[in-house]
Design a binder for this molecule. Structure first.
Ligand SMILES: Cc1ncc(COP(=O)(O)O)c(C=O)c1O
Length: 416
C-alpha cells in the first residue's frame, strides 16, 4: 500500500492520525522499534542488533570533554562547527583521502553522520530527482530521500552470495532524473569493502553522466585482512562532485556524543550550513571538544578496537561455518550478514523466534533492504558484544539452528 493510501485508511480509523502530514506515511511502529521493545523485556539479552560499540569512548577523549566543560565549551559554536575542529578534520581528510578542503567553507561538523546524510539530500534533491543506493542499506537514506521528495532507486550489491559493487548495475539504472549515486564502503549491513577498481569505474561513470556522489565512509577505520580503505573522493575529478559523510561514532566509540562531519565543495556547503542552522544551530560544543581531542590525541585506540572486532569477527565466522550458515564475507565494518533461509523461516520470523528461544537479538534484512526479495533471508549480526557474551550467544545459537532446520525438514515431510 502506498504511503498515501495508508494515510487515508488510517485517517478513517483515527481523526488524530489524520492530522499527520501525508509524507510521514504509516506511523505504525517499525519492526526495529518492536523487536527492541521486546528485547528490553528479555532477561540477560545479548544484543547483536544496533551498531553501537560496546567498547567505551577512550578515556583521554572523556577527560578532554570534562576539561572543556570547565573551560566554557557550553555555548553555541558557529553553525559549521568550532574552527579548530574544522581545521583538524580538514587535515585528517587531506592525510587519508589526499584531498584538500578549506576548513572555513568546506567542512561542517554535524550531529552524527546521520545529520550529514539528511542535510545533503534535503539540500540537493528536487521532487522526482532519483538517488541510486545499495539495495541493502542503512535506512536513514530512505527516510531522508522521502522527506526531500526524491526517489530511491536501489542498485544490487549482492551477487552470488557475496558483496559486489558493480558499475554496470549502477549504469543500468541511470535515467534522465538521476542526480546522485550513494556509495557506502565499508558497507552496512553487508560488510562489503569496495575495491579501488570498482570505485574508479563508478567515478568514471559519475563524471561521464555528470552525477553527484555521496560517499559514506563512517566505517573506514574498520577494514580487515590487511586490506585498505579506498575513497571515491581520491579519484581524479571527484572533489567537485562528491560529498564525504563521516564521523566519530564508530572509530572512537562515540555514538552517544552525536558528532560527525561532512566535506564538500564550498558552493554546496554554504547551502548546507543554512540547513544546519535551521535544524540544530550547531553540534553540541562539548561533543566538538571531544571530537577535537579524538583527532589530536593518540590514534592507537583505533587499532586496539579494530583488533578486538577482528578477533570477534573470526570467532563469529568460524561459528557460522560450524552451523553451516552462509554469510556475505565481511571484509570491513561492524556486521555479518547471514543467510538463515535454511531454517525455513523469514528473517522477521527468525528474529522473533531466536530472541524468544535464546535471548539473542539481531536485526532482520527487511530493515535494511525492505524492497529486495533477499531481505527475507538475511539477518544482520553485529560484532559489538563483549567477547564472553559473544561466545555464549554462539553456543546457544547452534542448537537452536539445528532445531529450526529439523522442524523445517519435518514440516516439508508432512506437507500435503
Ligand atoms: C552507513 C552508516 N552511515 C551513517 C551512520 C550514522 O552514524 P552516526 O552515529 O555518526 O550518526 C550509520 C550508523 O549506523 C551507518 O551505518
Amino acid at each position: 500500500m502506498t504511503a498515501e493510501l495508508l494515510h487515508d485508511a488510517e485517517a478513517a480509523m483515527s481523526p488524530l492520525r489524520a492530522r499527520l502530514a501525508r509524507r510521514i506515511g504509516s506511523p505504525d511502529e517499525s519492526f526495529r522499534t518492536r523487536i527492541q521493545a521486546i528485547a528490553r523485556t528479555v532477561d540477560n539479552v545479548v544484543s547483536m542488533g544496533p551498531g553501537d560499540p560496546d567498547l567505551p569512548t577512550p578515556q583521554h577523549i572523556i577527560d578532554a570533554a570534562k576539561r572543556a566543560l570547565d573551560d566554557g565549551w557550553t555555548h553555541y559554536t558557529p553553525p559549521p562547527g568550532d574552527i579548530r575542529l574544522r581545521r583538524a578534520i580538514a587535515t585528517m581528510v587531506a592525510a587519508t583521502r589526499g584531498v584538500a578542503y578549506d576548513p572555513e567553507y568546506e567542512v561542517i561538523v554535524t550531529l552524527g553522520a546521520e545529520e550529514g546524510i539528511y542535510m545533503s539530500l534535503l539540500t540537493l534533491l528536487d521532487p522526482g530527482d532519483e538517488v541510486l543506493l545499495p539495495s541493502h542499506r542503512f535506512t536513514t537514506y530512505d527516510w531522508s530521500i522521502e522527506m526531500s521528495g526524491g526517489v530511491l532507486v536501489p542498485y544490487p550489491t549482492i551477487a552470488d552470495g557475496q558483496f559486489h559493487l558493480s558499475v554496470d548495475a549502477i549504469r543500468a539504472r541511470i535515467t534522465p532524473r538521476t542526480k546522485i549515486i550513494v556509495v557506502v564502503s565499508p558497507d552496512n549491513p553487508t560488510g562489503g569493502v569496495a575495491t579501488r577498481e570498482e570505485l574508479a569505474a563508478i567515478a568514471d561513470l559519475a563524471r561521464e553522466r555528470d552525477l553527484l556522489v555521496i560517499t559514506d565512509e563512517i566505517y573506514s577505520k574498520f577494514v580487515f585482512d590487511g586490506r585498505e580503505h579506498h575513497s571515491i573522493l581520491s579519484e581524479p575529478g571527484m572533489r567537485e562532485r562528491t560529498l564525504l559523510i563521516d564521523g566519530f561514532s564508530k572509530c572512537y566509540a562515540m555514538t552517544g556524543w552525536r558528532v560527525g562531519f561532512m566535506t564538500g565543495p564550498a558552493d554546496y556547503m554554504r547551502a548546507i550550513v543554512e540547513v544546519k542552522h535551521t535544524l540544530s544551530i550547531c553540534t553540541p560544543a562539548v561533543s566538538q571538544a571531544a571530537a577535537l581531542a579524538a583527532l589530536e590525541g593518540p590514534q592507537d585506540c583505533i587499532a586496539e578496537m579494530q583488533a578486538i572486532y577482528d578477533a570477534r569477527r573470526q570467532e563469529l565466522l568460524g561459528a557460522l561455518a560450524d552451523m553451516d550458515l552462509a554469510f556475505i564475507y565481511p571484509a570491513g565494518g561492524f556486521y555479518v550478514y547471514v543467510d538463515i533461509s535454511s531454517t525455513g523461516m523469514t528473517s522477521e520470523e527468525f528474529a522473533l523466534r531466536l530472541l524468544a528461544d535464546t535471548g539473542i537479538m539481531m536485526l532482520p534484512g527487511t530493515i535494511f533492504g525492505g524492497r529486495d526479495p533477499d531481505a527475507h533471508k538475511f539477518m544482520r549480526m553485529s560484532l559489538l558484544v563483549p567477547n564472553e557474551r559473544l561466545t555464549s550467544a554462539l553456543e546457544r545459537m547452534e542448537p537452536a539452528i539445528k532445531r529450526y532446520r529439523s522442524e523445517a525438514a519435518e514440516a516439508r515431510r508432512t506437507a500435503p
